[in-house]
Design a protein around this ligand. Structure first.
Ligand code: GDP
Ligand code: MG
Length: 162
């Protein structure tokens, strides 16, 4: 079967932008306001001739009260059906409680996880990406989904998990 890679993380970290970058086309819905994508969207992807299914997650109407619970629920759903997980955080914001909620789900799942520190648009943001080591998920792979910086190396690392 074709392996499944789920892209998870709290809203607005750039999951859909990263999915578009990986697909090499504009398809996943990206908006400044989170909540536009459907809960989970599956895409056929390939990298260097390897086929995999990429799952974009997390489009729901944000409501402050239930946010952490929704993020957790989304991550659980996506991770359950995945062979590997691409966990996206926003290096320009740093680690948040919502990120930590996702980390707990990932630990429980015991699935292989790759940590993507997104929005590292230039070298100055590398220090912030390095601070993501504190999540305890190993090396943060810095990437700029928007500009493509680091995305090839990130994909190489993701495929090594499969
Ligand atoms: P999602 O909610 O996690 O799917 O996030 P989106 O992909 O919808 O992106 C949320 C916002 O972050 C949008 O305004 C994107 O343009 C922006 N964004 C995504 N990736 C990057 C990046 O690498 N650098 C910068 N500067 N902005 C980004
Ligand atoms: Mg999205």
């Amino acid at each position: 079967a074709v392996p499944v890679v789920a892209v998870v993380g709290r809203p607005n970290v750039g999951k859909s932008t990263l999915v578009n970058r990986i697909l090499g086309r504009r398809e996943a819905v990206v908006q400044d306001v989170p909540g536009v994508t459907r809960d989970r969207v599956f895409y056929d992807a390939d990298w260097n001739g390897r086929k995999f299914v990429l799952v974009d997650t997390g489009g729901w109407a944000p409501d402050a009260a239930g946010m952490a619970a929704r993020i957790t629920e989304q991550a659980e759903l996506a991770v359950a059906t995945a062979d590997a997980v691409l966990f996206v955080v926003d290096a320009t914001v740093g680690t948040t409680d919502d990120d930590e909620a996702v980390v707990r789900v990932l630990r429980r799942s015991k699935k292989p996880v790759l940590l993507a520190a997104n929005k590292v648009d230039d070298i100055r943001a590398e220090a912030e990406a390095a601070s993501m080591w504190n999540l305890g998920l190993g090396e943060p792979h810095s990437v700029s989904a928007l500009h493509g910086r680091g995305s090839g190396d990130l994909l190489d690392a993701v495929l090594k998990l499969l």
